[in-house]
Ligand binder design. Structure first.
Ligand code: ADP
Ligand code: XUL
Length: 514
């Protein structure tokens, strides 16, 4: 049977999953992960990001990602699998980050970058550029209606505009601007790769319904940008084969390379959300809540986004920056392990006796908070268990509040991401949403989604197409016995708390913003 490789280049790590799959059976036969900070310490990143004096700036080194890819391909080659059966590779990457390529090809490293660093999704230094782009296209409502989102600081268009304004010569020397996903796909095929609609919709540059670059937004972003952008192709497109460089270097076959996509669109597939009505929550570096949408119902209040889905439809998503790293801040400040953290959650009552916090250790995306500032209400900063409960409740209440725009009556949640192994957190999730929460056998749903996309695209390219339900069957299904159910009385407590939280959030988000 053919093997399919999925790769996921996230903020903090690179993961590979190989599945052995045919129409009837699929199985994960290899999984490996490396953390950028520890595997590639020469880059000096912290949680995958370069330290910077300005807290609003977040850059990562693109060569760190390609070095990681090299290490991971070597591991796949040495896995003991019959690697000659490797039929196709697809990838997932953190969204929005951009890589700037100068002259010179991509046949083999080192590549000529016109900018040594890549701004990533944690960067929030482009408020001015957001305002300029929105104004030029007729306002944020117009931008959201066309592209799926109002202007967001981390989105690639505003980031490109800032680069053009601050480093015009380097911008002029840029031949191609890639997303992290299309950059790593380019590296694999040895030439410039296209972008898929799932990731292109995180740029404020693509018209959502036609899946083409929207000229008004492209022109509003930077001069000469149209020539620097890759073409957009469907997520299921086979875009080339693994280049001769990688074949020779690691003894790998000429596997098909499928268009890469963003981690959230890949996670949609990896959590089996190929139909409308169920939402997934990913507790990764960012916390995200998302679900499939048949029609693009764009958020009216400017909170979430509509992205393209790899299945050809759309997805609604709301993104929080203060996710795992904020939970870690609380855990570490009290010298706890994750087990202590879970015990603290279990020792404290739902509703936390009204003690609350707003979890903005870093500037926040949802709601927009430009400057970090944790607010505590009736909460002693030294009370470890109460602070643990306060952060988890705050994060999940914010998710419930800011996913309402998707219009889904949430009865079932598919939980994924690093923190989804923590059942004490999942119990709070079930209680806040009043929904059943399920875990998955494969924790990295973005990586699994990439492997499944490789499977789907390879079958389609060989005139053996499979429906998406068939593709995800068996592997991207929640584990039935992992169900964490809501307790009605606790859900009632949270229904009341949401209103109080919303009030405090709107008062303080506004005050922190100024
Ligand atoms: P990424 O966004 O980089 O893919 P992951 O989904 O791999 O991130 O999640 C990594 C995070 O998972 C870590 O930063 C850590 O905070 C969190 N994590 C790992 N184990 C636990 C646990 N038992 N409880 C809560 N959080 C955890
Ligand atoms: C999505 C977003 C994050 C990144 C990080 O809009 O900003 O979820 O994709 O992985």
């Amino acid at each position: 049977m053919p093997l399919y490789l999925g790769l996921d280049s996230s903020t903090q790590s690179l993961t590979a999953i190989v599945i052995d799959a045919d129409a009837d059976r699929r199985e994960v036969v290899f999984e490996s992960s490396l953390q950028f900070d520890t595997a590639l310490p020469q880059y000096g990143t912290q949680h995958g990001v370069l330290p910077h004096d300005d807290p609003s700036v977040a850059y990562s080194p693109p060569t760190m990602w390609t070095d990681a890819l090299d290490i991971m391909l070597a591991r796949v080659a040495a896995s003991g699998l019959d690697i000659s059966r490797l039929a196709a590779i697809a990838g997932s990457a953190q969204q929005h980050g951009s890589v700037y390529i100068g002259s010179g090809g991509l046949a083999r490293p080192p590549f000529t970058l016109s900018r040594a660093v890549a701004p990533i999704w944690m960067d929030c230094s482009t408020s001015l550029e957001c305002a300029e782009i929105a104004a030029a296209v007729g306002g944020n409502e117009v931008l959201a209606a066309r592209t799926g989102s109002r202007a967001f600081e981390r989105f690639t268009g505003p980031q490109i505009r800032k680069f053009y304004k601050t480093e015009p010569e380097a911008y002029a020397a840029t031949q191609r601007i890639h997303l992290v996903s299309s950059f790593l796909a380019s590296v694999l095929i040895g030439e410039h790769a296209p972008i898929d609609p799932g990731d292109a919709s995180g740029m404020n540059l693509m018209e959502l319904t036609t899946q083409r670059w929207w000229t008004a937004a492209v022109d509003a972003t930077a001069p000469g940008l149209a020539e620097k952008l890759p073409p957009i192709v469907p997520s299921s497109a086979v875009i080339g084969v693994l280049s001769g460089y990688w074949q020779q270097r690691h003894g790998l076959p000429a596997a098909s390379i499928v268009a890469w996509s963003g981690d959230n669109p890949c996670s949609l597939v990896g959590t089996g959300l190929v139909r409308e009505g169920v939402l997934a929550i990913s507790l990764g570096t960012s916390d995200t809540i998302f679900g499939l949408m048949r029609e693009p119902r764009v958020s009216r209040n400017g909170i979430g986004h509509v992205f393209g889905s790899p299945t050809g439809a759309y997805m609604g998503i709301t993104v929080f920056r203060n996710g795992s790293l904020a939970r870690e801040r609380i855990r570490d400040s009290f010298g706890m392990s994750w087990t202590d953290f879970s015990n603290a959650l279990q020792q404290t009552p739902p509703g936390n006796h009204g003690r609350m916090l707003l979890p903005w250790f870093e500037p926040e995306i949802t709601p927009p908070v430009a400057h970090a500032g944790v607010q505590r209400f009736d909460l002693d900063p030294e009370d470890a268990p109460a602070n643990v409960r306060a952060i988890v409740e705050a994060q999940l209440i914010a998710m419930a509040l800011h996913s309402r725009w998707m219009g889904v009556d949430v009865k079932t949640i598919h939980a994924t991401g690093g923190a989804s192994v923590n059942s004490a957190i999942l119990q709070v999730m079930a209680d806040v949403f009043g929904a059943d929460v399920y875990q998955f056998e494969v924790g990295n749903s973005a990586c699994l989604g990439a492997a499944l996309r490789a499977f789907h695209a390879h079958r389609a390219a060989h005139a053996q197409p499979l429906e998406w339900d068939e593709v995800v069957r068996g592997l991207a299904e929640p584990v039935k016995s992992s169900r964490v159910g809501p307790v009605a009385s606790r859900h009632a407590t949270y229904r009341e708390l949401i209103a109080r939280y919303a009030e405090r959030e709107s008062t303080h988000a506004a005050s922190v913003r100024t």
